[in-house]
Write a protein that binds this ligand. Structure first.
Ligand code: MLT
Length: 302
């Protein structure tokens, strides 16, 4: 019997892949393997018999990697399994930052009892007028699974796309549309682009990389989208950049008390990977990785 503890409510389709030789509801202390989504594991005492942790998602910053390395616990993630969901979420963020759909929806709610709402809407049309993204410059920082999809989709929406990734893989280069312009210095993204979206992992080298120095280089009215990790953006500095007009909108998928409710910020509750399809894909991939390791000793990070 192999015991798998499931820290988050991960789609049962993944767990179904385990045969009856598995106990998928094992207590944490008895677990041979742990399946986790975004629950933070840093303060948890890891059982001595734990063999592996599979993160159903891309980021592994909720897992104490040093502790795992010391104890010989193998950590898997599921790269690419939720990339399409995040891509669609980023496109929605681009459009939300450009067309005041949120203002329009609120206006209708506020005026729902107005018998002349259709007539009053003429004024609302002016008040909530937006901008088109076609022809605008989009900078994509990080061209991994998600960044590539975002870049290609933005090309198909008529945007001029600039991609930056110092570690661009050959595979990624093949997958990218030839219309994506490859940028060697990230500063050129800050200086040139109307929209900037970030798709890099949270590492010591990337924490706070979108900071005051970056905002100072940006054009007035730049839109910044962060569906990657909160720590990548210096948020007090972006609030200043919004006040000064450098940044027109900041869309973040990471709610916190610094940005929630602030002028110029659209805050979402980390919905990027929250689709039925992505949850299933991640769960299935994570379980396959665990199974492959526990049953066959293979370490294959999909
Ligand atoms: C990820 O890193 O892929 C996301 O944080 C997934 C999630 O929402 O759990």
């Amino acid at each position: 019997m192999i015991n798998v503890n499931c820290l988050n409510n991960i789609a049962s389709v993944g767990l179904d892949l385990f045969s009856s030789d598995y106990n998928a509801n094992a207590a944490f202390e008895e677990a041979d393997a742990v399946l986790v989504r975004s629950a933070k594991m840093h303060d948890m005492e890891l059982p001595d018999n734990l063999l592996a942790i599979a993160r159903a998602g891309a980021g592994v910053n909720n897992i104490p990697l040093d502790k795992c390395a010391d104890k010989g616990i193998v950590v898997f993630n599921t790269p690419g399994a939720n990339a399409n969901a995040v891509k669609e979420h980023v496109l929605a963020a681009l459009l939300l930052a450009s067309r005041d759909l949120l203002g329009g929806i609120k206006w209708v709610e506020d005026n729902k009892d107005d018998a002349d709402i259709a007539k009053s809407a003429e004024k609302a049309k002016k008040a909530f007028a937006g901008k088109e993204i076609k022809g605008k410059k989009l900078g994509v920082i990080g061209l991994g699974a998600i960044g590539q999809l975002v870049a290609n989709a933005a090309i198909s929406l008529g945007m001029e796309v600039y991609g930056y990734d110092p570690y661009l893989s050959v595979n990624a280069a093949w997958n990218l549309s030839s219309e994506v312009k490859h940028i060697v210095n990230v500063e050129d993204i800050y200086k040139e682009c109307d929209y900037i979206t970030i798709h890099v992992p949270a590492l010591d080298s990337t924490k706070g990389m979108i900071n005051k120095a970056a905002f100072d280089m940006m054009k007035k009215g730049t839109v910044v989208i962060n569906c990657a990790r909160d720590v990548l953006v210096d948020e007090p500095a972006i609030l200043d950049a919004i006040k000064s007009g450098k940044v027109a909108k900041y869309v973040t998928d990471f709610p916190n008390t610094t940005t929630a409710g602030q002028e110029g910020v659209i805050v979402l509750p980390h919905l990027g990977a929250s689709t039925e399809e992505a949850e299933d894909n991640c769960a299935v991939m994570a379980v396959k990785e665990l199974r492959n390791y526990i049953e066959n000793g293979n370490i294959v990070n999909s």
